[in-house]
Design a protein around this ligand. Structure first.
Ligand code: HEC
Length: 402
């Protein structure tokens, strides 16, 4: 018998022990729901401590800039890892999210220049096989999200637990409509000794018009740090993650869609991808150490690997108009070569508006679609996914290691 060459033997071993793309996806992107008698609706209930946390990365949202130099400077803060725990008692499901924050910032009712630490969680209004995920920044025109927010306010200090809370439907950045849904509890407590916030979101699985009694429920997190002047789009965001109830068989079609990026061949070589992305995309986008493009000509991609999924990145390249990121504050850019209006103002510089109106009234991205062959897309995805990834990330377990 001819002995197998070592390389071939190792390969055979690796493929035998290789878990499926679905398992890889769930290991990296899901938070597993743990069964409990009751799901506590207060953030500091010890029942949460008995659940093994899953690490989820959040990174400063770099895509849009506000008209505030101090707040914009904080966008260079490093990503942070938050702990997520999930409990389910059969009818209600709850998440506790906890993160480190050295300062306890609350906003008073009259404050316009001080910002409270805040937390939000969003879920797609519609999800399942055949439904693409909404834009992670509060949804988009076609795919809406349900967002629940809680913001630290001063009244809590007086023991009134009067944090400002609310649940909204989002159809894109800046488009929140308040909805009065019964059956959602939110709590936010600062643990002074540990210097950590603990936020809790608990809801009925089945709410009117929003039933999440399903094995796979996408969700994303947002965290605002008042000490960094965070508000509206200046915040930490996660990408779409998934709440996974292993007691129910996952919908195979949906899991297949969600796990894009975890199958062999879908993600290629980051070094090759870097070359491509730098050559093709840097005239419009800023990312990594490539900062040639004019600020805000297109979204900054420096943290895009943390805040988006593989499928979103693929679609952004192949079909940019599928989700068009709204351009905020483009009125700041004016065109000094244009003709002044009767008040002496120059016209807006339309280069900084990220879309134009198409024939059907829908926005068309200024980014052209790029029809790269699959292997090159795979290389670009590998590189884009590395953007924003902290050095120490590889050593962090469980969960968010991708
Ligand atoms: C002609 C300028 C231009 C070029 C070249 C360009 N883009 Fe874009 N890109 C934009 C604009 C404008 C937007 C925002 C509107 C939208 O969502 O499509 C955008 C959006 C994106 C987004 C979504 C960003 C977010 O925050 O969600 C990604 C990802 C992206 N581009 C990747 C790329 C990659 C990768 C390349 C190179 C293959 C590239 N772009 C080339 C202009 C460009």
């Amino acid at each position: 018998v001819k002995p197998l060459p070592i390389a071939a033997a190792l390969l055979a071993l690796a493929s035998a022990s290789r878990v499926s793309a679905n398992d890889d996806y769930l290991a990296a992107e899901s938070v597993k729901v743990v069964r409990a008698e009751v799901v506590p609706s207060t953030a500091q209930d010890p029942a949460w401590d008995r659940v093994e946390p899953t690490a989820v990365w959040v990174a400063p949202q770099k895509t849009v800039r506000l008209n505030d130099a101090d707040a914009n400077a904080t966008r260079d803060a490093p990503p942070m890892s938050v702990e997520v725990r999930a409990l389910d008692d059969g009818t209600r499901v709850g998440l506790q999210v906890s993160w480190s924050d050295a300062s306890h910032n609350r906003a008073g009712f009259a404050d316009t220049n001080a910002f409270g630490d805040s937390f939000a969680i969003e879920m797609p209004l519609k999800f399942g096989a055949g439904q693409r995920l909404p834009y992670v920044g509060m949804g988009d025109v076609e795919q809406h999200v349900l967002v629940s927010m809680v913001r630290a306010s001063e009244s809590n200090e007086r023991g009134m637990h009067g944090h400002r809370k609310g649940t909204y439907v989002g159809a894109g950045f800046g488009s929140l409509t308040r909805v009065d849904l019964e059956g959602i509890d939110l709590d936010l407590r600062y643990d002074q000794a540990a210097q950590r916030w603990k936020a809790v979101f608990v809801r009925s699985r089945a709410l009117k018009d929003h039933d999440i009694a399903r094995p796979l429920v996408p969700f994303a997190l947002a965290i605002w740090d008042g000490a960094q002047n965070h508000r509206s789009a200046n915040k930490y965001v996660s990408r779409w993650k998934v709440l996974y109830d292993a007691k129910r068989p996952p919908e195979a079609d949906y899991l297949k869609e969600l796990s894009y990026g975890y199958n062999p061949g879908e993600v290629g070589n980051a070094a090759a991808g870097k070359g491509l992305v730098e050559a093709v995309c840097a005239t419009c986008h800023r990312f990594g150490d490539k900062n040639i493009a004019p600020v805000q000509l297109a979204p900054n991609l420096s943290n895009i690997g943390i805040t988006t999924t593989y499928a979103y990145l693929r679609d952004s390249i192949l079909n940019p108009s599928q989700i068009v990121v709204p351009s905020i504050n483009h009125n700041r850019h004016y065109s000094p070569s244009g003709e002044r209006d009767r008040y002496g103002a120059y016209p807006n510089d339309l280069n900084f508006v990220w879309s134009a109106e198409g024939a059907d009234g829908k926005p068309v991205s200024k980014m052209p679609p790029f029809a790269f062959p699959d292997p090159q897309i795979a290389d670009m995805l590998a590189y884009l996914k590395s953007l924003g990834k902290p050095e120490q990330m590889a050593s962090i377990a469980p969960g968010d290691t991708q």
